[in-house]
Write a protein that binds this ligand. Sequence first.
Ligand SMILES: Nc1nc2c(ncn2[C@@H]2O[C@H](COP(=O)(O)OP(=O)(O)OP(=O)(O)O)[C@@H](O)[C@H]2O)c(=O)[nH]1
Length: 385
Amino acid sequence: MDPYTFYTLLTLASVGKAGMILLVAPQYPGRITRGMYAWALGGLMMGMNFALFVLTARSLVPEPVALGGAVTLGIGGTLLVFVAVQELRERVYSKFALLGVFVFAAVANAYTLHAGHDGLRISVNSVLAAAVFFMIAHALLRPDPPSGRSIYRVTGFLALAISMVLAIRAVSPLILDSPIVHPMDENWVQQLTYSAILVGNVLGSLCFGLIVAEELNAELHQLASFDSLTRIYNRRVFENLATDELLRARTKRVPVSLLMIDIDHFKQVNDRHGHAAGDAALVRVAETMEESLRHRDLLCRYGGEEFGVLLPATARAQALRIAERLRLATMHAGFLYGGEAIPLTVSIGVACIEGPPYDLSLLKHDADRALYVAKQAGRNRVAVV
Ligand SMILES: Nc1nc2c(ncn2[C@@H]2O[C@H](COP(=O)(O)OP(=O)(O)OP(=O)(O)O)[C@@H](O)[C@H]2O)c(=O)[nH]1
């Protein structure tokens, strides 16, 4: 296959890929859609980059315009892949800095083409492309994706490998007998570069598709397991995990305690300050609980303004102490809404299983009864059955 047929096919593949991504992207959650749009736009720019080579070969575009334009579009497309990764991971990045790199690439190409500094142009473009691939690799390999997402590591190392190849190309005047002055020059550095770009294009697309699938999975898991407002476990997952914990307790013959926690006079918070203030209060209480609990304790929003805490390997007396700590922490946490301090207190019912039967519904029933007692006794207190 001659290089131009090859470039035509690459153009069609890039445009087709971008079109398909654009068609399906809107149905996904926000950050994934934004990531996919950036990815598709990047693919489109890469496609135009290949198209320019074809057009100049057919004498439809003057060669200098094609050379400068193709590289600038290639760098722009690569920058958009970086944007796509950052959007998917919901990270902040400077659009102006990226635009600056893109404009610098365009100006550097225009100047070096005009002045006839071909070797310098190749080196500058290679440095820029190597830097952008390095940024992509860094964004993918940063340790903040949850562990076990190996697809991030695989894609990150692929980007790092491409970055290294481009770095070799940048310093090739020091290595080669005759420096590269035209993209179609043939030598081992060029062959390595084009192989890396081709492999990166094909494997990169595959990897990116797998990353999107991985992110969708994580999103679905988040939706299915966590309360969307407070970001703590929802009741369904809590009850599953609590049932597992009770099985463990039965095997090891250790006690388990449950706290049922209800915000006092919460209706008044909504009525006086509005529903948004009520929502913010729920988040504040959840945060306070999370900060005050041990890592292995299970916290969930049971529903409305009610929270549940399962305390593994915890006997009644200790559970009472923990409940009291949570009550005080909430009272002293301080909740400000619209500049106004809104007092928040909770009532807590404590129940404990110290021997068979290790039954969750029984434990829940007892904790509810204790909570009722705490409310009847005047609220902002802990009660136990
Ligand atoms: N803002 C907000 N309010 C909620 C949410 N879920 C439940 N509520 C409100 O929580 C309030 C619960 O009120 P009640 O059950 O009467 O209890 P309370 O006012 O806290 O009184 P006591 O529990 O007896 O101290 C209701 O007004 C619900 O509308 C939510 O997700 N957001």
